[in-house]
Design a binder for this molecule. Structure first.
Ligand code: THU
Length: 129
């Protein structure tokens, strides 16, 4: 099943996590409407606030390759029961019109959400037009 495969790929991405401070390895995979995929992991910094989440890394990598529309983001972590995107990453997802977010439950099984449910009544690009 696609969701299982994407979570497996996110786990692979998490293996490259640079997280010497939290020891919390997160991986993310972005899928475009054309089926192109981009991966990212969290990259921490001694100045903690300069750290980059896995989702932000994957999404900005996709954007740097010219992607402007994202269908799905899959996220998982290797060092906890389950992880859920922070508010900042939900807003970054919103910018690129993410439709579906795949997370994992405590057993590592994929669980799908609509971004609209994770970030209700959101502010986005249309609000500035
Ligand atoms: N983190 C992510 O990369 N994505 C999430 O969805 C949750 C948190 C990272 C940020 C930091 O490097 C570490 O996990 C602990 O907060």
């Amino acid at each position: 099943m696609e969701a299982h495969r994407l979570i497996a790929d996110a786990r692979e991405a998490a293996a490259n996590s640079y997280s010497p401070y939290s020891h919390y390895r997160v991986g993310a995979v972005v899928v475009t409407p054309d089926g192109d995929e981009y991966r990212g992991c969290n990259i921490e910094n001694a100045a903690y606030g300069a750290s980059i989440c896995a989702e932000a890394n994957a999404i900005t990598t996709a954007a740097a390759h010219g992607v402007r529309q994202i269908d799905t983001v899959a996220v998982t972590c290797l060092d906890g029961d389950a992880c859920s995107p922070c508010g900042n990453c939900r807003q970054i997802m919103r910018e690129f019109n993410v439709r579906r977010v795949i997370l994992t439950d405590e057993a590592g099984e994929p669980v799908e959400y609509a971004l609209a449910d994770l970030l209700p009544r959101s502010f986005g690009p249309e609000d500035l037009k």
